[in-house]
Design a protein around this ligand. Structure first.
Ligand SMILES: [Zn+2]
Length: 407
């Protein structure tokens, strides 16, 4: 793989060329097969930058091209030996040329999506600036996803009043199948990486919560994942970001989506929280994401489910089948708490799972190892917040995390 950045003011244009051993179908770090659509994309920053450390555009490019790279990658500027070592150890990929000193920075920014999880991170870190990724169309790939209202989410991020940089990019259209999206989950950080020197960033906080970090996330069902390749500090991506002087920080990595929902709805950003990508004047109420989040919100607010979605609708079909489910811990949590759940689209799932408030109480507290893996400069602030607002799991409760999928 050979990658080249051409910079024109604030617009960074990436082109890449595959080597003979590379393939147009590759694997995302979470195991999903991905088919390449095109070999160019751009990242638009709101302003031109002075000199940028070469590790930053190199790692930004890697978040796009990693799935399709087999053995080596050649960048257009020399990277640090530390970053090259991270490519070798994490992926078995030979990266170069090498010849820059290591980079470092000091501030923490938030990769802010506008959903409940990142709003909870924002509540924990009230002084951290936001970097928001906004999808825009690609000049050479048709956009069949015009119902995806990234402009609405960017406008809501601006309404928060927080220090904000919106990064516009078409990099999701490098992916032909299964559909446009981040080639690697970390591509959402491409703009934050390019901006890291200007903002003096030493860390980037993401809204990945307990399920994504420790319970296997969406695509891995029911699996305790201490060595999660995407989000563990000692995983391939954690080490690559650290080598570039931008540590991955997961302030809500130890708490469930019930806790992030409660924190988000109790925060001053409540009116700007939006997890649905489709609605304009509010969430659409009819997509699968809306249905899943409604179950969690109803559980947190201790009220009946409010939805017009019926069991025969495609987005509700999986809840009529037996488990396992993606995000099953939250389905258990919701089914145990929503009044009258047996008469809703989750009634069948509730019958299969037989969860109770007692069996899901651990999901109201924080898994302590998640705090220990937050880099030292930001650990105390997160720990103090969690101690005051959430509380920690007992050893018995923590065992629910560590036996997830085997108990
Ligand atoms: Zn929706």
């Amino acid at each position: 793989m050979r990658v080249t950045w051409n910079v024109d003011g604030g617009a960074w244009h990436l082109t890449f060329r595959l080597d003979p051993e590379d393939g147009i179908t590759g694997l995302c770090s979470d195991g999903q097969p991905l088919k390449l659509a095109t070999n160019s994309c751009r990242v638009e920053l709101p302003r031109a930058l002075p000199d940028v450390h070469p590790d930053l555009p190199a790692l930004a490019a890697w978040t796009v091209v990693a799935p399709w790279t087999r053995r080596r990658i050649v960048f257009d500027r020399p990277i640090s030996a530390q970053l090259a070592a991270a490519f070798a150890e994490g992926w078995g990929v030979e990266a170069g040329p090498v010849g820059s000193p290591a980079r470092s920075g000091s501030r923490l920014a938030i990769s802010y999506s506008g959903g409940a999880d990142s709003a909870a991170v924002a509540a924990m870190l009230p002084d951290a600036p936001f970097v928001h990724f906004q999808r825009v169309s690609h000049p050479r790939v048709p956009n069949r996803w015009t119902h995806y209202r990234s402009d609405v989410l960017a406008a809501l991020a601006a309404e928060t009043g927080r220090e904000l940089t919106v990064v516009r990019s078409d990099l999701e259209f490098t992916l032909a199948e299964p559909r446009p999206g981040y080639p690697e989950h970390h591509a959402v950080a491409a703009g934050a990486l390019l901006l890291a020197d200007e903002l003096d960033l030493g860390g980037l906080a993401f809204g990945y919560e307990l399920g994504s970090r420790w319970l296997g996330g969406d695509r891995y069902l029911l699996r305790y994942t201490p060595d999660n390749p995407m989000w563990a500090p000692h995983g391939a991506w954690g080490r690559a970001f650290a080598a570039a002087g931008l540590h991955i920080v997961l302030p809500v990595g130890g708490v469930s989506e019930a806790v992030t929902m409660r924190l988000a709805l109790g925060s001053e950003l409540r009116d700007q929280v939006r997890w649905c990508l489709r609605g304009v004047n509010g969430a659409c109420g009819s997509c699968g994401k809306c249905l899943y989040k409604e179950l969690i919100q109803a559980a947190v607010e201790r009220r009946p489910l409010r939805t017009a979605i019926t069991a025969d609708r495609p987005v509700a079909r999986k809840w009529q089948q037996p488990p396992p489910y993606g995000g099953q811990e939250m389905i258990e949590y919701g089914c145990a708490r929503v009044p009258g759940v047996e008469d809703t689209v989750f009634g069948a799932a509730a019958g299969f799972l037989k969860a109770t408030e007692a069996s899901t109480a651990w999901l109201d507290r924080c898994y302590p190892p998640a705090i220990e893996e937050i880099p030292e400069p930001w650990r105390k602030q997160v720990r103090d917040f969690v101690d005051a607002e959430v509380g920690f799991m007992s050893d018995d409760e923590a065992r629910n995390v560590e036996t997830w999928g085997t108990a």
